[in-house]
Design a protein around this ligand. Sequence first.
Ligand SMILES: [Zn+2]
Length: 509
Amino acid sequence: MEQTTEKTGIIYCRVSSTEQVEGTSLGMQERYCREYAEREGIKVLECFVEEGESAKTANRTQFQKALAFCAQKKQYVDFFIVHKIDRFARNQGDHAVTQEFLRRSGTRLRSVTEQIDESPVGRAMEGMLSVFAEFDNNVRSTRSKSGMEERVRAGIWTWAAPIGYKRLVQGGNLVTDDDTAPYIRLAFDEWAKGTHSFKSLADFLYERGFRTRSGTRAYPQLIEKMVRNPLYCGIIRAFGTEVKGAFVPLIEEELFLRCQPSVRRRFGTGERVTNNPDFPLRRFAVCPDCDKSLTGSFSTGRKHVRYPYYHHQKQGCSRAAFHSKENLEQTFVEYLGKVSPKHKKYEKVFKAVVMDVWQSNYKKLDAENARVRKEIEVLEGERQRVFDLHRAKTYSDQEFMDQKDYINRQVQQKKLLLEEKRIEELNMEDALNYCFDFVRDSGKTWTELEKMPAYRARFQKLIFPQKTTFDGKKFGTKKMSLVYELNEAVGADSSKLVTPRGIEPRFTP
Ligand SMILES: [Zn+2]
């Protein structure tokens, strides 16, 4: 496939029963979608058209194919284009969860005729799911979290092995993958020269034989992920902290640091890159007048005791003042208390929607997994036959090799598909409760995250996706994250949670 950095997308068309009346036939749908793609500068890779019986049944074969296409070409398909949302999903459940599925493939949904993220529940759902994504690693199972954390502290990488590494036994630590590890080393060496773009480095590696697990060329996004991954120099970053991995690093820490955007940051001296554990609100809150962010430092008082305080960067501003760390952070905790979702009703409604969505989708995924497993079984039967035919001399050696390789590749591909889906099989109820525990008492959560500065920073960002101000007395923001914003809406008027545009939730509040 052509390696490119331009925007890419696929088109999905499906006809509904009232279609002929409205005059949007499949052909027109496709044309509108193609025109849209052209306007937006999106290169159409493939067009999936649901025709005849499959459009009416629940299977929607082309739809499944389209999703699988995005998943297989992970991070490569930018947009999933439909004419109308109802082409994509027949209920809100499909919509939110399939969108999340696409998100994991790095693909975004686009509708030719609608602005997708506008509906309150749709948006809230995305807000909700992004909460999950934020805490992804722990969310998958709250119960196994502490066990996982323990293993990480022991230097064991407990997630999927990145390219360059493999895992020999389930639950074991990473082992160097001799086939791909030299390329990782090469990638860092080249990147450190400072002359490559991610794309040119991808090309460079491809020419030298570097292939991804699925045997394809690495996309620039993967290269970027690679050179930003501290795991390769033996550092595990998880649960808000850094741990030295108990596996063989592929490169030296020094080389890794040379490959990072700002080498001169404090990283490497034992401190964390992005978060200052002493001053979590530093660079976070800005002055509403001069727009400068607060900074933090220690003053050494008499008897050489060090006092932590926050201060204003701009001396001339009328709001410029010094605030003790303790006071300012206390004010912030109180502010968080004020904005936390308090309405039981909101929580119940929200959980009902998400659970409903989840259950219907989970069933679908389950059925699909079973189907893929069945297909693998069939392929394995075929492989056996190829061996038999070779033994019986019906196949020449060459034919045998070709056939065998072909089947092996197919099995490999299907197995990858299964792996993708396993990610989806999380315990939604646990995840929801876990998520709500975090937001219900945000002040407390924030305080408790003191020892996990990375999570603390993410938590702050999650609640306040945009600018947070501090005017010298109190905090404020123009825009809060959806989970919090919707809370306000429900508090004022619960009817606001009702969705427009035919994707009504199937519950009665
Ligand atoms: Zn100011």
